[in-house]
Design a protein around this ligand. Structure first.
Ligand SMILES: Cc1ncc(COP(=O)(O)O)c(C=O)c1O
Length: 341
């Protein structure tokens, strides 16, 4: 079976495994106080062209969102995102379990707009009942989004400006940040991101690491005591060196972006083939996730050799699926899929 359902189906890039094996018998201090983590943090700072950021490497995406969001919000404050936001639909109520409401807005393409944020803030602040409702304090976005779409620099500037004007923080979930930043529908660069949000994370799990997400805290107000939050949420890895080694390797000679480009180039090959063959796309994505509508009987045939993530039924006869490429997808498997499509 050839799998295209998601981007965490393979292990890790061989360079990472090699370094983990080579360093196996080294003794290092625990809880990310090791030299490998220091190197990784230094490289992330250099890559972001910002020496003032704090970097903490956690283990997984849900754990990172939970740790970051619960550390920012006071008990009566809420986080705002689109209906399809990962924290809203795929994290088993992790945010709610910390006592925080998720406020949602509708979106056709997975993106929130500055106008929507403005409207939520205004409705809250102008209401006579504001004190009787949760206070919208944090905006959560994914870059790229759950629909594979991207934000442009202008869109992100507008969103961040609106957040600041309304006394709200902006958090960017970058589980697939590399796949987003190398896509042709954004002009954002990694060094722009720290200037356009309060906190974000650079995803490793889907981008060539065995596991790991690097949280970058930009806003000084959010830096204090963050390690206490990491530990309390069970997110502090005793053998933190494993995270350090992985990110140090990914940040070396831009391996992170080389792997991202590989996945996105193959996704673009699939997208072109889909369009050429007359398939309709659910979203116009230029990242490693492609969303396409296929007849049910065609999917049945494809499923004999390939697996995909089923997004939703379109009607009685058609279904939308997600086709994902990753840092490890081979061109040979992509070509096999294209032939069968
Ligand atoms: C945007 C985004 N954030 C967070 C996560 C959560 O990652 P995990 O399932 O590893 O906790 C995912 C995983 O699919 C994701 O796509």
């Amino acid at each position: 079976m050839i799998r295209f359902d998601c981007d965490y189906l393979e292990g890790a890039h061989p360079k990472i495994l090699k370094r983990i094996v080579e360093s196996n018998f080294e003794q290092t201090p625990g809880y990310s106080n090791d030299e490998y983590t220091k190197y990784a943090v230094a490289k992330i700072k250099r890559m972001c062209k910002n020496e003032d950021i704090d970097v903490h490497i956690l283990v997984g995406g849900t754990q990172t969102n939970l740790t970051v969001i619960s550390s920012i919000l006071r008990p009566y404050q809420a986080v705002l995102c689109v209906e399809t936001g990962h924290i809203n639909v795929h994290e088993t109520g992790a945010i709610e379990s910390c006592g925080h409401k998720i406020l949602t807005v509708k979106s056709e393409d997975g993106k929130i707009t500055a106008e929507q944020i403005e409207m939520i803030a205004k409705n809250h602040n102008d209401s006579d009942m504001s004190m009787h409702m949760v206070m919208p304090k944090l905006v959560f976005i994914s870059l790229p989004t759950e629909c594979g779409t991207n934000y442009t620099k202008k869109e992100l500037e507008d969103i961040y400006k609106t957040c600041r004007e309304n006394n709200m923080y902006l958090y960017i979930d970058g589980a697939r940040l590399g796949y987003g930043l190398v896509a042709k529908d954004t002009d954002l660069k990694i060094e722009d991101i720290p200037n356009l949000c309060d906190v974000f994370y650079i995803g490793g799990t889907k981008q060539g690491a065995l596991f790991g997400e690097a949280v970058v805290i930009v806003n000084d107000e959010l830096k204090k005591d963050f390690r206490y939050n990491i530990k309390q949420k069970g997110a502090m890895l005793a053998k933190g060196r494993l995270l350090g080694i992985q990110f140090d390797t990914l940040m070396n000679n831009e391996l992170y972006f080389t792997l991202s480009r590989h996945a996105v180039n193959l996704a673009m090959k699939i997208k072109e083939a889909l369009l050429e063959k007359g398939y309709k796309l659910l979203y116009d994505s230029y990242t490693n996730q492609q969303f396409v509508i296929v007849p049910n009987n065609k999917l049945k045939e494809l499923n004999k050799e390939f697996t995909f993530f089923k997004v939703k039924d379109i009607d009685k006869n058609n279904i939308a699926i997600r086709i994902c490429t990753s840092w490890a997808t081979t061109e040979e498997n992509v070509d096999k899929l294209i032939t069968k499509l």
